[in-house]
Ligand binder design. Structure first.
Ligand code: ATP
Ligand code: ATP
Ligand code: MG
Ligand code: MG
Ligand code: MG
Ligand code: MG
Length: 278
């Protein structure tokens, strides 16, 4: 298109490219979901329909953007991980975050009637915010994911005990809060077991561990194939060649995208699936 005298305004755009050679995590989080829970009567502490809906939306994002290596979801949030060598949207933060947030939100709204049959959406519609964070080492990235999964566990143990005291114990919010103030995990387990005969270990994995989305290839015997990814990565160029990136993308686009509720803190998950971060 021909230049116009107005074209100079383009120079006002700020560059916001994410640091090269770092793992990118984009986390989306539901806006004012505490209100959403009340409005749509989410079951407390865990509404399975709402979790299934988050997973459906996140699965659509991972399927739509084969560059997403793995995603982790809990409550009203989902984190999407992009390989440090990827150059998607020239690593421009606003393009990456806004594309993920809008893909996620569009799919959340689209899948609502499937997960909440008989409960039509009304205004204000569900929306999500998003942010991108760069992690320079694989250890930082693993620690990020561990942080989210530990958070899931801590919150779920608290919420399960809190809501048992209310729903089964007949207490009000204030009384339940008071009983739980300053308690350790073991004490919450004990309250659940002695008062309500609930063994926390038997709670559904999706509540205790959250949800992990990844591409499923064949499992690898960790003994024979595990590689020290960090060391291996030292030899890698900062960016993949275009043809290699295209090949990888095609392979990933064909693989099955799965949702599991599984520990990602220990090495086992990663050792068995070395392709996820390689
Ligand atoms: P913000 O806009 O700042 O994120 P928020 O109200 O969404 O505000 P969060 O810290 O994101 O605050 O908390 C989300 C709330 O939604 C929590 O109270 C959480 O328990 C609740 N929630 C999310 N998913 C579910 C679910 N599947 N079942 C029951 N409650 C849920
Ligand atoms: P990108 O993802 O990079 O934005 P794009 O295909 O959306 O790729 P744009 O530069 O945004 O590229 O161009 C949008 C295209 O959609 C143009 O070809 C434009 O003519 C077409 N388009 C948008 N709105 C309409 C419309 N209302 N009717 C017909 N064509 C439209
Ligand atoms: Mg928030
Ligand atoms: Mg929220
Ligand atoms: Mg949240
Ligand atoms: Mg466009």
């Amino acid at each position: 298109m021909a230049n116009s005298k107005f074209e100079y305004v383009r120079n006002f755009e700020q560059t916001d490219s994410l640091l090269p050679n770092t793992w990118i995590v984009v986390r989306v989080d539901g806006r004012a979901f505490t209100k959403m829970c009340a409005k749509y009567g989410f079951e407390k502490p865990n509404d399975r329909r709402a979790l299934d809906l988050m997973n459906a939306a996140a699965k659509a994002v991972v399927t739509d953007l084969p560059e997403a290596m793995i995603a982790y979801g809990v409550s009203d949030e989902y984190s999407f991980v992009f390989h440090k060598s990827y150059n998607l949207f020239e690593r421009r933060a606003s393009k990456l975050v806004s594309t993920i947030v809008s893909t996620f939100t569009a799919n959340y709204v689209y899948s609502w009637p499937t997960c909440f049959p008989g409960t039509p959406l009304s205004f204000p519609l569900p929306t999500f915010d998003g942010r991108a964070v760069c992690y320079p080492s694989l250890q930082n990235l693993r620690d990020y994911l561990s942080w989210r999964q530990v958070d899931c566990h801590i919150n779920n143990l608290y919420n399960t005990t809190f809501w048992s005291l209310i729903q089964l114990g007949g207490l009000d919010n204030k009384e339940a809060e008071k009983i739980l103030a300053g308690t350790l995990a073991a004490e919450k387990n004990e309250i659940l077991f002695s008062k309500f005969h609930i063994n926390y270990n038997n709670e559904p994995e999706i509540f205790k561990k959250g949800s992990v989305i990844f591409r499923d290839y064949e499992l690898v015997d960790p003994g024979s194939h595990a590689v020290d990814l960090e060391m291996d990565a030292l030899a890698e160029p900062v960016q993949q060649s275009k043809t290699q990136a295209e090949k990888d993308k095609k392979k990933r686009a064909k693989a099955r995208v799965v949702v599991e509720h599984i520990d990602i803190i220990k090495d086992e998950f990663w050792d068995k699936r070395p392709w996820i971060l390689s």
